[in-house]
Design a protein. Structure first.
Length: 633
């Protein structure tokens, strides 16, 4: 959708600049006259002021309609009852080629529609017990707008109040006196409607256009952006001021993220559906922000597109005039300057990019003055690459750097004279979700018995410390043979295992048998299928276990197991290539791994590094090598 919006914006810019004496201008002037005359006649200066806000900012508002929208909309209406089927159908729709129709709001808006939108908004505001906590400026920007994105218009305020709000909240909502309490109550109720929503990511993401509320309300699978837009409609219908904030790209992982933010006089509170705990939770602790922007209805005169003009070679975030930079409301930020060292150009605009595997994605911009690039509101402890961007591509003008918490800039300038030996264990960091699975095996035991109930079980080994994220080996010395073997998790800990194998002294292959154990959310056979990316999960109660009935007693000599993992450990037999950054990614050679670590002997110190697995997988991150360890960025 971003590419679609980019091309559409060219048309919008042309339209706005060419609006002088044509029919569109006449329509706009008549619309403005009719709406303002209505409120003047009714002697309602506050509504008139609100109307002026909408009218002043709707000239270049538009909807994306046409064949593409109809196909996605019809698919959702037909298959919404089964989220898995819907997701498959939507992904298949991605493969089609469809036309888009651009509908300029001026060509379809009527005075009646705008007046109805304004009047309904004020009705909700007057009913709200928290109305005194909303400034008029915030009311206009984050409650009053008649659209959420670029969806086809409909009377959604009427539809929501009739079909949704009073079903989930009723008049109880408006009895709340505080904005935060009202928002917490309402979003929890609204969240229940989407508690089974299937979040899609990666290759399973459907390129769904902005949807009208009536269609969006049916959606049972999609992205965080879809859920955020749904929240916008619902919250604004009951005078809860909200906006969509987003990071165009995480600083430490692939892709970006959208979420909703509650606007209060004392600050903002982010959240996203479905709400699991409370307002304020909208991302995992693993995600590091780069830059954060907020969608607005009004034009921002300080936006990049207003300064440089439309640039089709830049991501859409730089061509959207309805964004404001809110990074400093989330992070400790600093303003700073860095020198333009090489590849100098005549452009007065500079950019900061973050890593996306072997490429760089621009997320921020600044002004160049006297060979110094000046940037504002930059967060600490993120690796940025300073670049200039033109139709010819991205060109670095200094080395990658990280802004330390003390305000100092640390550049990653490879020292080609000071070479070091590096021992690499992974190509991607272990994030907290994987770490939790690994740690859940602490306290677990491997047992054997000749009774299927394990009434007289002996312990073959106990897992005292968190195991390795790859295969772990345990050697056993038994004097007796046993028919039944198992792994049993510590009480109240999740029994989640990726791979499990038992061996006897006379066999180099894993012993076979009937898989037995506690049934969970995944097939028990997953632990014995040789695939590290499949796993079993037997919940978190007492006596959760998985094992084998080998058919007859065997003398166990070795146990091999792997916790639930992401398979980003260095894997023997796979082909890897290590790169370092020196104005471009430069290869240090390819190697086939023979052990659980990969060694390179002549790596420039102070380098930004990247390890690629040519055999399989896509999860890879930049890192440095410091004090004998990989430090991930």
């Amino acid at each position: 959708m971003k590419n679609i919006k980019r091309s559409i914006f060219v048309f919008i810019v042309f339209f706005v600049l060419s609006c002088t004496d044509n029919e569109d201008v006449k329509r706009y002037r008549q619309l403005r006259k009719d709406v303002l005359s209505h409120y003047k006649a009714n002697n309602n200066p506050l509504k008139e002021k609100a109307a002026r806000f909408l009218l002043d900012n709707l000239k270049d508002q538009y909807a994306i309609d046409g064949e593409r929208y109809k196909v996605y909309s019809d698919t959702i209406k037909k298959y919404f009852a089964n989220k898995d089927t819907l997701q498959q159908k939507l992904v298949s729709v991605n493969k089609g080629k469809y036309t888009d129709s651009i509908v300029i709001d001026i060509n379809v808006l009527t005075a009646e529609y705008l007046i109805d939108n304004i009047d309904r908004t004020f009705v909700s505001l007057e009913k709200a017990g928290w109305k005194d906590e909303i400034s008029f400026t915030d009311f206009c920007e984050y409650v009053l707008p008649y659209r959420s994105g670029n969806e086809p218009l409909e009377n959604w305020r009427k539809e929501i109040l009739r079909d949704s709000v009073f079903k989930i909240a009723g008049d109880t909502l408006f009895s709340f006196k505080g904005l935060k309490a009202a928002a917490d109550y309402f979003t929890r109720k609204h969240s229940n409607l989407k508690k089974n929503f299937l979040i899609s990511s990666g290759e399973s993401v459907a390129k769904i256009p902005d949807l009208s509320y009536s269609v969006l309300d049916l959606l049972s699978t999609g992205t965080c952006e879809n859920l955020s837009q749904l929240s916008i409609f619902a919250c604004r219908s009951v005078a809860i001021p909200v906006a969509i904030d987003f990071t165009p790209h995480w600083a430490n992982r692939t892709l970006g993220h959208n979420w909703v933010v509650l606007i209060t006089k004392n600050g903002t509170i982010p959240f996203i559906l479905p709400i699991k705990d409370t307002l304020g939770v909208y991302k995992t602790n693993d995600c590091t922000h780069s830059k954060i922007y907020r969608h607005t209805f009004s034009n921002n005169p300080e936006s990049h597109v207003k300064q440089r003009g439309f640039c089709d070679f830049l991501p859409y975030v730089f061509n959207d005039p309805r964004l404001i930079d809110v990074t400093d409301t989330y992070l400790k930020t600093m303003d700073f300057s860095i020198p333009v060292l090489f590849h100098s150009s005549d452009s007065k605009y500079a950019y900061l990019a973050v890593s996306d595997r072997l490429s760089w994605v621009p997320v921020d911009w600044g002004i160049v003055r006297k060979k110094q690039a000046n940037f504002k509101k930059i967060g600490e402890n993120c690796v940025y690459l300073p670049v200039s961007i033109s139709g010819s591509g991205i060109t670095p003008f200094n080395y990658p750097f990280v802004l330390n918490s003390d305000g100092e800039i640390r550049y990653f300038i490879p020292d080609l004279k000071e070479l070091q030996r590096v021992e690499l264990a992974r190509k991607y960091p272990i994030f907290n979700n994987i770490r939790r699975y690994i740690n859940s095996m602490k306290g677990g035991k491997f047992q054997a018995d000749n009774n299927k109930s394990f009434r007289n079980a002996i312990t073959l080994d106990s897992i005292v410390n968190a195991p390795d994220d790859y295969y772990n080996k345990v050697h056993v010395n038994l004097k007796k043979e046993y028919r039944f073997v198992r792994y049993i998790a510590k009480d109240m800990s999740r029994c989640t295992v990726s791979e499990l194998a038992f061996y006897d002294k006379s066999n180099s292959e894993p012993l076979l048998g009937e898989v037995i154990g506690t049934q969970g959310t995944k097939p028990l056979e997953n632990a014995f299928d040789g695939d590290l990316l499949t796993y079993i999960d037997a919940g978190g109660g007492k006596n959760q276990w998985i094992g084998l009935d080998m058919g007859k007693p065997r003398n166990i000599s070795k146990i091999v197991y792997a916790p639930r993992t992401d398979k980003n450990h260095v894997i023997p037999g796979h082909l890897y290539e290590l790169f370092y950054w020196d104005n471009e990614w430069k290869s240090l050679g390819e190697k086939i791994v023979t052990d659980k670590t990969l060694v390179y002997d002549s790596v420039p110190s102070n380098s930004l590094l990247f390890l690629k697995n040519h055999t399989e997988g896509r999860e890879e991150r930049i890192f440095t090598y410091e004090n004998g360890e990989q430090v991930w960025w």
